[in-house]
Design a protein around this ligand. Sequence first.
Ligand code: SF4
Length: 188
Amino acid sequence: MDFTRRQFLKLSGATAITMAVVELGFDDKKAKASTKEFKIAALKPTPTICPFCGVGCGILVYANEKDVVYTEGDPDNPINEGTLCSKGTTVRQIFTSDKRVEKPLYRAPGADKWKEVDWDWAIEQIAKKVKDTRDRKFIATENGMPANKVEAIASMGGAALDNEEVYILSKLMRAGLGLTYLEHQARI
Ligand code: SF4
């Protein structure tokens, strides 16, 4: 980077003033900490789990009624002890990003575009297709033995699910529908 003599003198002056302030006892760490404290002082942190991968790091979310104000690693979580990777650090963007998908999207067979649909319609369509596929592909016996299974549907879980949710999901898929192909990002 090139500096003119004038820019160099300005920069040197600013650096000298900053150093002098620090030398005289101005604690910039305290100043930064108090700014952070001010933003979240009135907010109660809600602990949650990072949804991005199977490590399952703990995150504290500071939110008011309209906004997620701040997120940070949960120091009490034994998995990450307050640390987060670069993805976990940006978790607030799940809420703030203008690319956030807020409604189910449906692309009809043969169509080249996705369209927004409402949740009731989407859930009903999924239920109909699951029932229809299970009815058509249910295998009652195999090699002369009871099988009671469905191999035409697979279930995929995501890292946002916690232990209890995955337990219920696996019971529903195995015992309720007879699925044999279950996979999960965290392999819980
Ligand atoms: S913070 Fe990083 S390592 Fe931890 S769960 Fe999220 S994505 Fe995985």
